[in-house]
Design a binder for this molecule. Sequence first.
Ligand SMILES: Cc1ncc(COP(=O)(O)O)c(C=O)c1O
Length: 364
Amino acid sequence: MIVADYIKKLKPYEGGKPTEELKRELCIDGEIIKLASNENPLGASKKAVEVIIKNADKVFLYPDGNAYYLKKKMAEKLFVEDENIIFGNGSDELLDLIYKTFATNKEDEILYCYPTFIEYKLIGMGFNKKLRELPLKGFGYDIDLLIENITDNTKIIFLNTPNNPTGTMISRSDIERVVHAADNNCIVVIDEAYYEYAIAEDDYDELLDLYKLGNVIVLRTFSKAYGLAGLRIGYGIAKREIIDYLNRTRPPFNVNILAQEAALAALDDDEHIKKSVESNLKGKKFLYAEFEKLDIDYINTYANFILFDVKKDANTVYEKLLKKGVIVRSMAGYGYTTSLRVTVGTMEENKVFIDRLKEVLANV
Ligand SMILES: Cc1ncc(COP(=O)(O)O)c(C=O)c1O
């Protein structure tokens, strides 16, 4: 047998079709509106784009495997030391490295509440790990249940705040409880992919310093508010020892030259983050109000996406929206059979989404 059974059971990631192809297939004349992957609808910072163009002729070189300048800048921004930081080819790669580095024994268990970011599960399946999946309580984390389920075999605990796809946050005190319960016997990952959006909310606490509390890795990304999803760059903050171990399994040139340069420029463009966050807050308010008018239940979000319940078959609504040129995510696969997730778009995109949703709901 050339491959293990657990690999045979995996399914390759099925990405959506390119929007141009969809337009052709579905005979759509206008623009396709993609509100499916929680990208920044305002795009990348102009400063980052300029730097990408300026550095395009450097791509024949291997990148700096230590991301020296970017690490320095990030360390200054976050008030940590260089050796507390690791960059990844998206935070996805860091999730992979965390598995590869720490979940190395057959009996290791991975603990998380679900629905959450699907990669915790998919990567774990790729490493043939025992996944202990607990239900959310309502739409948030059941911290008591999570703590009760920590065993001697627990190796990694994933906490996603704000949680994708529900948009709910985990309080700082609850995260502290998990870290104390983990008692340095396992790694606690705090995935803050939507941090820049979340921190704009009054009751969202800073969590970064929790890395000092124990074997904690805080993950963030340039893919969301920074608008650099296509370049693939994310980062992790942890104690020096943890970062050192991760660096031992990290491929040497994992973050490309353009990603490093663009991230450096993006860190200088606070204005772009501010505008992106403001646009998100405005968009959220608009969508909440429209959902209320349509008697659609939704979950208050700390991120740039909203989980909403149309009380009709989610896959049907998804398909019909797609035919009208609006791409959102059906949540049926997560067990929310009548819910969808929409990324907050520009105001124009939000309006088109609501208009199309009204048309669809009138006919299903
Ligand atoms: C919660 C969460 N973590 C991590 C990621 C991965 O981000 P990246 O693009 O940095 O790999 C995503 C992307 O959607 C996410 O929603």
